[in-house]
Design a protein around this ligand. Structure first.
Ligand code: GLN
Length: 615
């Protein structure tokens, strides 16, 4: 056995501690189960088949649908994959999606939203790609650490095993060890993807495109998986793109053909080919693609642009993709027709609300830092969309950069014509003073306000400065001097650093009865998702509440303020501020909004904004 152990190498220990650290003070969610790294004899056998099979795994019980992109990225693989998964879930099948990401980051915690879109946070504290948000929303199902794999995660697992001597003297290779690790992750999900129980179908989305260097080992692992699992185990779907050059005015299939060929060179024969395109793909083009890729014509389908992603599941049914997948995987016998009819009814109601012309226009301002990149706030965008469907509101979003709004007058002008305002989460000092000006304007003028995470913190600072009279109120994130109304979490003071020092994932929030928050949630205990490093400094809480700020949501045991609000009215003679809708939360409500269950604080904001504009 090697003497050097993974545990003795600090860097590897850090890798091993992913998923991210969570607070112990707050009864954290369970640490996501991680594969056991113990050395096992089965790993040492000298055969070319290194394919670790988790204990209890039964080959053939779980099927796999694998979605691989060709021609180019950005085709909406996640949307496609989640929509297909939804159609199968509606039929009563248990499904678990997984995203295989090519990059070497162990998770998305340190990725810049400007480049990669928002960092989505799961209940268990995993920081991941925004595609996981799509899966949660479309499937109405919580994801975990196990639904998200990066090359960095795979390699760190392998290096740990290697340091622990688990490979017993073998040279560790891309094939079979790296591919073996990928298969292990997939099979573990198959075995446990339904809250610890096996699922019927695992949906695998491979990041990037066929032919990329960085996902080559994933594609090879999937080829091996299909081989090992046997016939009727795996359905490969190639998502391709049909170009339509303006100058020609017709669709051309060559790029799609070449892309699919690239996939076939990896030993994978796609069973279904979904053609993305701006317009419906013509029969001639479909025939060409079918002919060059060995796929029957009825399995080459058009997936042209649609106004909403939520209509895709219905369109997949119309194209018969569900039937073809069930046939490929021999799954027809597991379908529950009655369940599907009910699920379709609920979904259709939501779609009708979403796509019909709405009666009530509404302007909502969102004061963010990454305003040029909508993906940086994808979940807020979606949460508003959900509310619009349920409340018959045509919500126009105005994204405002606040760096220059340094005076009350500039803030007033910037917010003119807006019916409601959101300050979303954010990091760093840029634009903060402008946000504080805007919060003040909303508070003093009865404009509905929803503050999220940073938006909660700036609301506290604003109240402290302009109502309590602590003129130099600030956060230690922005300034070392002044009164630190917001400061680093006590238990975090020790562990400064990137990613690892944040309070992440779902936590309980205790809500005070009779408050706006209790009214919105219809109860006094909720669980919401956090991602922050700073919080309200306890020593100022009394002053703030004496001056009328209500902390209506708190940690069940500790002095952590999690929701703030202003009351609608107060007793006679009490002239402290009131407001029709002023609420902020230290957590991220947008992460848990679902099409059929829109998030209450967003619903409240939209309802209050509608009341303000339309009476
Ligand atoms: N920067 C703040 C903090 O770390 C807010 C974080 C956020 O908005 N997600 O506490």
């Amino acid at each position: 056995m090697p003497t050097l152990r993974g545990d003795s190498i600090p860097e590897l220990r850090v890798l091993a501690s992913s998923p991210p650290t969570r607070q112990t003070e707050s009864g954290p969610p369970e640490k996501p189960g991680k594969p056991s790294l113990a050395s096992t004899a089965e790993e040492s056998v000298s055969t070319e088949f290194y394919s670790p099979i988790p204990k209890g795994y039964v080959k053939g019980r779980t099927k796999y649908v694998v979605v691989i992109g060709t021609v180019m990225s950005g085709l909406g693989k996640g949307i496609f994959s989640s929509s297909v998964a939804k159609v199968l879930k509606d039929k009563g099948l248990k499904v678990a999606p997984i995203k295989l990401e090519g990059y070497l980051n162990v998770d998305a915690g340190t990725l810049n939203p400007y480049r990669h879109g928002e960092v989505f946070v799961l209940d268990d504290g995993t920081e991941c790609d925004m595609d996981l948000g799509t899966y949660e929303r479309v499937l109405d199902q919580n994801m975990t650490y196990h639904n998200y794999v990066t090359s960095g995660k795979i390699f760190s697992e392998i290096l740990l095993r290697e340091r622990r001597g688990s490979y017993l003297g073998r040279d560790v290779q891309m094939i079979p060890h790296v591919t073996g690790e990928v298969k292990r992750n997939l099979r573990e999900l198959a075995l446990t993807g339904d809250n610890g129980k096996p699922v019927d179908v695992v949906f695998v989305e491979v990041g990037g495109t066929a032919g990329d260097y960085e996902n080559g080992f994933y594609i090879e692992a999937l080829r091996e998986l299909a081989f090992e699992e046997g016939p009727e185990s795996t359905c490969f779907v190639a998502l391709t793109y049909v170009i339509e050059p303006k100058a020609l005015g017709e669709q051309k299939s060559k790029a799609a053909q070449l892309g699919i060929k690239r996939l076939m060179e990896s030993g994978i024969q796609p069973h279904i080919i979904a053609c993305r395109a701006s317009n419906p793909v013509t029969d001639v083009v479909r025939q060409k693609i079918a002919m060059f890729s060995n796929a029957p014509l009825e399995r080459v389908v058009s997936m042209h642009d649609r106004p909403s992603i939520y209509t895709i599941p219905e369109e997949l049914r119309a194209e018969g993709i569900d039937r073809e997948i069930l046939s490929q995987l021999n799954l027809h016998s597991r379908v529950n027709q009655k369940k599907e009819d009910e699920a379709r009814k609920d979904w259709t109601r939501f779609i009708v609300g979403l796509t019909k012309p709405k009666r009530k226009p509404l302007s909502i301002g969102i004061l963010g830092k990454y305003t040029e990149v909508r993906d940086a706030y994808a979940s807020i965008d979606k949460a508003l969309e959900h509310c619009g469907s349920h409340l018959d509101a045509e919500i126009e979003q105005h994204w405002l950069e606040t760096t220059d709004l340094v005076s009350p007058e500039l803030a007033r002008r910037a917010l003119e014509g807006l019916d409601g305002v959101i300050v979303p989460g954010g990091f760093g000092i840029r634009g903060v003073e402008g946000k504080i000006q805007c919060v003040r304007h909303c508070r003093e003028n009865g404009i509905p306000y929803l503050g999220i995470c940073l938006g909660f913190q700036v609301a506290v600072i604003e109240y402290a400065r302009n109502v309590v009279g602590i003129k130099d109120a600030t956060s230690t994130e922005f300034s070392k001097s002044g009164s630190p109304l917001i400061s680093v979490l006590p238990e975090q003071k020790e562990i400064e650093g990137l990613g690892a020092s944040m309070r992440l994932g779902a936590q309980d929030v205790q809500i005070e009865a009779g408050t706006l928050a209790a009214h919105l949630y219809g109860g006094t205990s909720v669980r919401e998702r956090f991602r922050h490093r700073y919080e309200v400094e306890p020593k100022y809480i009394q002053q703030l509440t004496d001056a009328g700020l209500v902390f209506s949501g708190k940690h069940p045991e500790h002095q952590i303020m999690q929701i703030l609000e202003l009351p609608r009215d107060r007793a006679e003679g009490d002239d402290r501020p009131t407001h029709p809708y002023f609420i902020g939360m230290q957590y991220h409500p947008e992460l848990t909004s679902r099409p059929l269950r829109p998030q209450p604080s967003f619903m409240g904001l939209i309802a209050a904004s509608l009341a303000r504009r339309h009476g």
